[in-house]
Design a protein around this ligand. Structure first.
Ligand SMILES: [Cu+2]
Length: 454
């Protein structure tokens, strides 16, 4: 809701029930209350100044919201203090397993890189109690949020840098809806992974409403062989991740056949990423600035997500199947190319396929992923200019990345998946319910919370 509309409803409240009825008929919010004190409970209605007088039925409060699910990332829990949602965020070094055989040393928040997701509702007053456990100063910028200048998180401009070991409290009211980020305002710290989702759900559910809401953070890393620390000054990248994980280790998104799916994608890196969905068309329903009017929507299946942008797309999941969602930059559909080309070089030292396969199996014993499949090559492959080019399409690792969400995928599904690549699995009702049970069952054994979350 715009400030003007909010002000209108605040004024209307003074004029009594007649205007209140008008406000309701316009689909507006309850009459104005300071959001700092208004929201006593999570999903509760705003207290109305008319409550005591009993002159009018109390209008309903904000709709409850469908939380966004960011695969492989946790939500940041919060407490409520006098109507304020209180989050605790800790910046610190993190070890992130981006692939079954690759863990990198990055920086993030609350034991996670990217940081855990903050989800609030438009109108919420939020307080973020922030602690810096990095070896250097930092601050947090609330990307896209219209906050007072002293909350903007830019060192020396709007605040003093937060020194190692220091705490700092941010507090502001979220009057917008949309897909925002929180991130360090140091460029190199950003490239160490210091970013997370800040999602502001609308006071009134978007129309048409979505049944699934997913989120993906795009990042790229330059990690030399035998190193674990990304080179934050690099301009070329060999590891590409969705939510801090590389395919095929990225957890697939599960949607029910016939549902409406929302996908929010944010980019905090050095490259722009054209994100493509197979087998469906989507519409662009929002940007980093919030919801786009429906009159601007048109069909597409690839959305360019530029640096510092958010793109929100929606589609009707009307076709069953495991549909790829991936960055279409060719080098972002592979990882660690040099290592795999080296592996292929070993293989292609032999001209016969059987010998090559033997070599690959020997190699597989030295690294913890399985060589379950071998893409055949021609007898004369070595005499063909340009060979090899398919180095990234032959190593399956189904067992190494198995999880409930991968159940039922065809054997060796993982062989064709690398980098920024995942699946939206659209399942008919019965299979969908079975999948949900399988996922719920696995969650009971899993420790989802991060060490610093309370
Ligand atoms: Cu890309």
């Amino acid at each position: 809701m715009s400030r003007n509309r909010r002000r209108f409803f605040q004024d209307a409240a003074f004029f009594g029930a007649g205007f209140l009825g008008l406000a309701e008929s316009l689909g507006g919010n309850t009459p104005g209350n300071d959001p700092q004190t208004a929201r006593k409970t999570e999903q509760g209605r705003h207290p109305s100044p008319h409550d005591k007088k009993q002159v009018a039925p109390v209008p309903a409060g904000p709709d409850s919201f469908l939380p966004m699910v960011a695969p492989d990332l946790a939500n940041l829990p919060h407490e409520v203090d006098g109507g304020v949602k209180v989050f605790r965020l800790v910046a610190e070094p993190v070890k992130r397993k981006i692939a079954p055989f690759k863990t990198i040393d990055v920086w993030g928040y609350n034991g996670s890189c990217p940081g855990p997701t903050i989800q609030v509702q438009q109108g919420d007053r939020v307080r973020i109690i922030f602690e810096n456990k990095l070896p250097e100063s930092t601050s947090i910028h609330w990307h896209g949020l219209e906050v007072p200048i002293e909350q903007d998180g830019v060192p020396w401009i709007s605040q003093k840098p937060i020194a190692p070991g220091e705490k700092y409290v941010y507090e502001f009211t979220v009057h917008q809806e949309g897909t925002f980020f929180y991130h360090s305002h140091g460029a190199m710290q950003e490239m160490m992974g210091m970013i997370g989702f800040f999602v502001a759900h609308p006071e009134r559910t978007y129309k048409p409403r979505a049944d699934h809401d997913f989120g993906v953070i795009l990042q790229e890393w330059a990690v030399l062989p035998n190193n674990s620390v990304p080179n934050t000054a690099a301009m070329e990248y060999n590891w590409l991740t969705f939510n801090g994980v590389s395919a095929p280790a990225i957890t697939p998104m599960i949607a029910k056949l016939g549902s409406r799916v929302r996908l929010r994608i944010i980019n905090m890196g050095m490259d722009h990423h054209p994100i493509h969905l197979h087998g469906n068309q989507f519409v662009l329903t929002g940007t980093e600035g919030g919801r786009a009017p429906e009159s601007t929507w048109y069909p597409m299946n690839t959305v360019l997500v530029g640096v510092a942008q958010a793109r929100v797309v929606e589609f009707e999941a009307k076709y069953p199947g495991s549909w790829m969602v991936h960055c279409h930059l060719p080098h972002h559909m592979m990882n660690n190319m040099m290592d795999l080309l080296r592996d292929r070089a070993i293989q292609t030292a032999n001209t016969t396929d059987a010998k090559a396969l033997g070599q690959m199996e020997t190699l597989a014993q030295s690294v913890p992923f399985e060589h379950v499949h071998h893409s055949p090559i021609a007898e004369n492959a070595n005499r063909v200019p340009g060979f090899p080019q398919d180095a990234f399409m032959e190593m399956g690792m189904d067992d190494a990345v198995v999880k409930p969400e991968t159940h039922g995928l065809p054997a060796n599904w993982s062989a064709g998946m690398m980098g920024m690549m995942t699946l939206v699995r659209v399942l008919p009702d019965k299979e969908y319910q079975e999948m949900m049970k399988r996922i719920a069952g696995s969650k009971t054994d899993e420790k989802v919370e991060h060490p610093h979350s309370s």
